[in-house]
Design a protein around this ligand. Structure first.
Ligand code: CMC
Length: 385
């Protein structure tokens, strides 16, 4: 049906509802392409396998923001800008230090990012703002984790990559090369992914001509949910619960089958677009195997593989990006409730890229809902109800 006719649909006569907007194409984009059947993922022209093998997170940021790779000078400039923006405004730090220690890290991140808007010199949404928020999110996450554990907050470095600086601020010591590369690869892999719920949220907010910080704050709220970015934390909690209840001899096959028989979802499995193995999970699976062996968590990796096989055999469903990322972060010694924050640290690049793209070619996003309630009820005075 031509687009202009859609507005004239009489929803009473043609009650077509696309619950979950499954398969609806609402935008064009140069940011990413997903082939859900073949399991291919492309960021602005480059296959995820190529990027996973070669790119750093900063190169991916530049790529998504400019639709091309940076030359050496441009990459160096971006590194410098990101480093110079890492510090937080004092009131944001005060909030992080004084908020409830038991607050959810994603909720703290959402509030702190929203506060950052008040400290921008001008209200126009520029690339400098995108760089600032990308640089400051890791500082917020690390600062909150240290504050809630009564540890001194560590100032960001004015050198090193985003991955290096984040691990340094979180742990208080410089990470080794392998840990830095693992974190960097995770940031590369999670940077962008089409019209997922948080990106759609960011574009919807942008389309009202609201500002970038509002769009990013809304996107963080969407990412937080366990059906979206919150799944990585849920995966780790699922594995740790299993260990707590049944010890290291737990039976992951029986556990998976029981969950399925109760019609419960296995976290980290299934995807709206991929009907095959998520190409990001391929890389994370390799990392998970290597790191689990190195850190003595082989059993967690073996359980994960047993769950993958059982889900495939029983339901024909493959793991998504969140499944193996959980054990990767766990092996890096990161607390499970920070995993979705790390997803945010990376996806900020995709959200801001989409924000600029939406702004350049904007139209208000405003779908319809089919009204299924009563009509023409008679008013009953309050004392008679
Ligand atoms: N465990 C068990 N069954 C599942 C799962 C799962 N993880 N995912 C889908 N199914 C089943 C579901 O029960 C349904 O079966 P039936 O037709 O027999 O009722 C069928 O598959 C279709 O499921 P759906 O929930 O209608 O599919 P969807 O396209 O709406 O859901 C999803 C996609 C990601 C919300 C869903 O797969 C899910 O809830 N997965 C678990 C949460 C998760 O891992 N989320 C991360 C998504 S990827 C990263 C990201 O975007 O952030």
């Amino acid at each position: 049906m031509a687009e202009h006719n859609l507005q004239n649909i009489d929803l009473d006569k043609y009650p077509h509802i696309n619950k979950g907007l499954d398969g609806i194409v609402a935008f064009s984009t140069t940011k990413s392409f997903i082939d859900g059947k073949s399991g291919d993922l492309i960021f602005s022209g480059y296959h995820i396998d190529t990027l996973a093998e070669n790119a750093t997170f900063e190169e991916v940021c530049f790529l998504l923001w400019n639709d091309r790779l940076p030359n050496e000078q441009e990459l160096d400039d971006l590194h410098q800008k990101l480093r110079s923006e890492r510090k937080l405004p004092e009131p944001v730090l005060t909030y992080i230090k004084t908020t409830r220690k038991t607050a959810e890290p994603m909720a703290v991140l959402r509030t702190a990012v929203s506060m950052l808007a008040d400290f921008q010199d001008d209200s126009s949404d520029t690339m400098d703002h995108a760089i600032a928020v990308t640089a400051q999110i890791p500082t917020i996450i690390a600062a909150f984790d240290r504050a809630r554990n009564d540890k001194d907050i560590i100032e960001p470095l004015d050198e090193g990559s985003t991955a290096f600086n984040f691990l340094y601020m979180l742990n208080g010591e410089e990470p080794g090369e392998a840990a830095e590369r693992t974190m960097d690869l995770c940031l590369v892999i999670h940077a962008e992914h089409g019209m997922n719920a948080s990106t759609f949220t960011a574009r919807t907010i942008c389309a009202t001509q609201s500002d970038m910080f509002s769009a990013v704050t809304g996107a963080i709220g969407a990412l937080k949910g366990p059906l979206h970015g919150g799944a990585n934390t849920a995966v780790m909690n699922m594995l740790l619960d299993l260990e707590e209840k049944e010890g290291k001899d737990a039976d992951p096959v029986a556990f998976t089958k029981e969950k399925l028989s109760k019609k419960e979802k296995m976290m980290g499995f299934g995807h709206r677009v991929y009907k095959t193995f998520d190409p990001r999970a391929v890389h994370l699976r390799k990392m998970s195997k290597k790191l689990s062996e190195e850190t003595g968590h082989e059993y967690l990796y073996e359980w994960s593989e047993a769950m993958v096989k059982t889900m495939k055999d029983e339901k024909g469903i493959d793991p998504n990006v969140d499944f193996f990322s959980a054990t990767v972060y766990y092996s890096l010694g990161i607390k499970p409730d920070l995993y979705t924050c790390i997803f945010t640290m990376s996806r900020i690049s995709g959200w801001t890229a989409h924000f600029f793209e939406q702004k350049e070619n904007n139209r208000l996003i405003r779908p319809r809902a089919l009204y299924v309630g009563e009509k023409n009820l008679e008013w009953v005075p309050v004392e008679d109800r």
